[in-house]
Design a protein around this ligand. Structure first.
Ligand code: MTE
Ligand code: HPA
Ligand code: MOS
Length: 775
């Protein structure tokens, strides 16, 4: 039979179309908040921040600042008419410090003036007197003092691991510290508040416009209906604008309300890095019992996060760290304890992976220790502990691991990356070279998809078809570069079988879609794509019924294809049908709602099914280190990643590459340094290094797992992609451990992250010392 390729609309689901702003990002056509025309009378804001790590405020004198010409307002906690509380979770986070400042950079007042320069000068003229108090900066000190931002967490399954570990053939205790990470979004935090009749409109570079709406209303003492949160796009968020963009929006709104004029607050890079929170640094400590093959019998792990001064999203982050401390492995008996340690630093917050990477790091460091101590191949130890079959499929939070794709994916990547022969080549290289050493390692990633706070798994969309056949798409998700808007538009184009350019994207607005969740947890396309699909399908059903009636054919003979509607022998352009339908009084708009089915979780017992499904990935990385300087280079990375049936393979590849590189930066080069008073010293690109084009693996091969539709009923059987690939960078850290072990003459290296040249040198030195001591 001859297969005739039917003409198809352009840019539907699965098409590798470019990001909707790809050209706009290059030619400047993509408008960010600081590019918007400033409304008449727009003022500019600057924040007055603490220079103490912890102190009791005694006096804030704003008179000199207020006397400066062009300065329009200075506000402190006393000027907040509503409630001075902006915590995303457990209350205890005032917008402006009322009495105590708790870190260097803590905002205690805000200034509005005619120009940004004037606002900065006026902020410097505010006189603050305070009584300094002792500050706690490290996780170890906070742990010792039992100083938390939330009650400790406990996750357990099976028997008490203590006695099992004690009786196990082998027992290993170890710990590792992993550092934080600055989001380093290209567009810093920014908001523009515009007073409205009896309310406020706030444009914010936020992942969470509803929280902006909610908190601005609270600070101003207004009902939420009087406040609109808006965002067209962010120049990156990476979690840094999930909760903390809210504060920036609130300062702008507070000053706008005070002055009756529009106010813009845009933090410069140094202020942004000094004031806002970062990825949580973690201390991970384990006690594990294994048999002679390295098979895990029981695990007892402590996960302590440096949460900074306030709770923020630490409950979710710590919960996700605990629920990823198993990574891809079955722990027969397990106890995981989580501590959110309160310190006098910026409040740590969401960052791509949301605690998952830190939990998985503890797990993989433990596996490395087991394998190297027992002189086993780390890959063999990973394999023997994988989930799968025979009752070995329950996670520490009692969710059953179903459709576990990793064993097959591991085989595939080992073959396609030529792992076995390269392993031998690396060993041969190391035997022949005293100064340069190579390392190679394979990693597995299993990442749970859904918000671990169940009520956040909901979304809305509003689809409007106009009488000319053009379509306006609104949904509750936000665009931060990840391509969400493109993907959701592809879903709508697919439903109507129209070209993607017929679907126009609207800025996210709380006035269009209420009560949204943050665009986070990688669930943006899953949630908003599904809501938009439901909305579009409802309109399509009405249009199809109308077409059947209009052409007098049964509804079963109506089909949408290639920008047309076919009804029996009739064919009509989508736009023409829309016009007829409008005249026939057919409703051409729909607001729809979606919530993820089947997920549940009890935060008290920390059990349930928090994740609708898992996203999987495997990677093989090879590195070379210079044992004289500690410098290293990524030589080659192969990735095979599971995105289900991809909504857009080119966007998905971009997410995988970007996520991996961001993870590599976190684990190897991005180092946050605070001085003994808690002042951050790495507050600009001069001192804080993120990976650049030169830091990529020389040979970088990324593949999507083919023919792998999601077993769960996700949108077009796709899988979330935003965060999981970040953790594939563990393969680079593991390869560095492999190289360090070779340099040190064997043994189990301890390599904290970020694995900077200094830490690599130190790890080699320690191995060599212990080899000497042992000899
Ligand atoms: N990709 C780009 N380019 N910029 C970003 O800010 N954020 C990441 C990821 N990919 C981010 C990104 C994070 S932290 C998340 S949770 C997801 O995108 C959010 O978007 P999604 O749910 O639509 O995948
Ligand atoms: N990811 C991001 N944000 C969240 C989550 C999550 O899993 N849970 C609650 N807020
Ligand atoms: Mo992403 S850390 O869930 O914003």
């Amino acid at each position: 039979m001859k297969v005739s390729a039917r003409p198809r609309h352009k840019g539907g689901v699965g098409a590798p179309v470019p990001h909707d702003s790809a050209y706009g990002h290059v030619d400047g056509g993509a408008i960010y908040i600081d590019d918007m025309s400033e409304p008449r009378g727009c003022l500019h804001a600057h924040l007055v921040t603490s220079r103490w790590g912890r102190a009791r405020l005694k006096r804030i004198d704003t008179s000199r600042a207020l006397a400066m010409p062009g300065v329009r307002a200075v506000v402190t906690a006393a000027d907040i008419k509503g409630t001075n509380e902006v915590s995303a979770t457990i209350p205890g986070e005032p917008l402006l410090a009322p009495e105590f400042v708790e870190y260097v950079g803590h905002p205690l007042a805000a200034v509005a003036a005619d120009t940004p320069e004037l606002a900065r000068a006026a902020a410097a003229a505010v006189v603050v007197e305070a009584e300094p108090l002792p500050a706690v900066l490290t996780v170890r000190e906070a742990l010792a003092k039992e100083q938390w931002v939330l009650p400790p967490m406990l996750m357990r399954r099976g028997d008490d691991p203590g006695p099992i570990i004690a009786k196990a053939p082998h027992r290993f205790r170890g710990d590792i510290e992993v550092g934080g990470q600055d989001h380093f979004y290209l567009e810093g935090q920014v908001a523009l508040a515009i007073p409205q009749e009896g309310g406020m409109e706030v444009w914010s570079s936020t992942q969470h416009p509803t929280e902006v709406q909610h908190m601005v209303a609270r600070i101003l003492g207004l009902p939420q209906s009087a406040v609109t949160g808006l965002v067209r796009r962010m120049g990156g968020g990476f979690g840094g604008k999930e909760s903390q963009a809210t504060h920036i929006a609130c300062y702008a709104a507070l000053l706008a309300s005070r002055t009756g004029r529009p106010v813009k607050l845009r933090l410069d890079r140094d202020d942004d890095m000094t004031i806002t929170g970062k990825r949580h640094p973690f201390l991970l400590q384990w006690d594990v019992g294994v048999d002679g093959h390295g098979r895990i019998l029981a695990v007892d792990m402590l996960l302590a996060a440096n949460a900074g001064w306030s709770t923020d999203l630490t409950p979710g982050v710590l919960g996700r760290a605990l629920s990823h401390a198993d990574n891809a492995y079955f722990f027969p008996h397990v106890r995981l304890r989580g501590y959110g340690c309160k310190t006098n630093l910026q409040s740590a917050t969401a960052f791509r992976g949301f605690g998952g990477p830190q939990g998985m790091m503890g797990c993989e460091a433990m596996i490395e220790q087991i394998a190297r101590s027992l002189k086993l191949d780390p890959l063999a130890v990973r394999r023997i502990n994988l989930y799968g079959g025979n009752g070995r499929d329950l996670t520490p939070y009692h969710q059953q691991v179903r459709h576990f794709r990793l064993p097959a994916m591991l085989d595939q990547i080992l073959a396609s990356s030529d792992f076995a022969s390269r392993r031998k080549a690396v060993d041969a290289f190391n035997a022949a070279n005293p100064v340069l050493k190579k390392g190679i390692s394979a990693s597995l990633v299993k990442f749970g998809i859904s918000f671990n706070k169940i009520d956040l798994n909901q979304a809305g969309a509003l689809v409007l078809v106009y009488e000319d056949g053009s379509i306006l798409l609104n949904h509750g998700g936000t665009e931060m570069g990840q391509g969400l808007f493109t993907k959701v538009a592809q879903v709508v184009a697919e439903v109507f079988a129209v070209d993607l350019d017929k679907v126009r994207l609207s800025p996210t607005s709380t006035a269009k879609i209420p009560n949204t969740s943050a665009t986070a947890a990688s669930a943006g396309a899953d949630l908003n794509g599904m809501a938009a699909k439901i909305a579009a399908e409802a309109i399509k059903v009405r249009m199809a019924a109308f077409a059947a009636q209009h052409f007098d054919v049964p509804e079963s003979e109506v089909a949408f294809e290639d920008n047309h509607i076919v009804a029996g022998n009739h064919k009509i352009a989508f736009a023409d049908l829309a016009l007829h339908a409008k005249h026939a009084r057919v409703k051409l708009s729909e607001a729809a709602y979606y919530r993820t089915p089947d997920v549940h979780f009890d935060p008290k017992t920390m059990t349930g099914r928090p994740f609708y499904y898992y996203a999987y990935g495997v990677a093989v990385s090879e590195v070379a280190i210079d044992t004289l300087t500690g410098e290293w280079k990524p030589l080659r990375t192969d990735i095979l990643h599971d995105v289900g049936a991809s909504l857009n393979p080119s966007l998905d590849k971009g997410q995988i590459e970007g996520g991996f590189i961001q993870g590599m930066g976190w684990l190897t080069m991005e180092e946050l340094v605070w001085n003994s008073e808690g002042r951050i010293l790495t507050h600009a690109p001069s001192t804080y290094k993120i990976p650049s084009a030169r830091d990529l693996p020389r040979d970088f091969r990324v593949e999507l797992l083919p023919n792998a539709p999601n077993e769960e009923a996700s949108v077009y059987r796709s899988k979330a992609v935003g965060e999981p690939p970040l953790m594939l960078a563990l393969s680079v850290w593991q390869a560095l451990v492999d190289a360090v072990a070779a340099a040190g003459g064997g043994g189990a290296p301890r390599l904290d992250a970020p694995a900077t040249p200094e830490r690599i040198l130190g790890a080699i030195a320690r191995l060599r010392e212990s080899a000497m001591a042992g000899a």
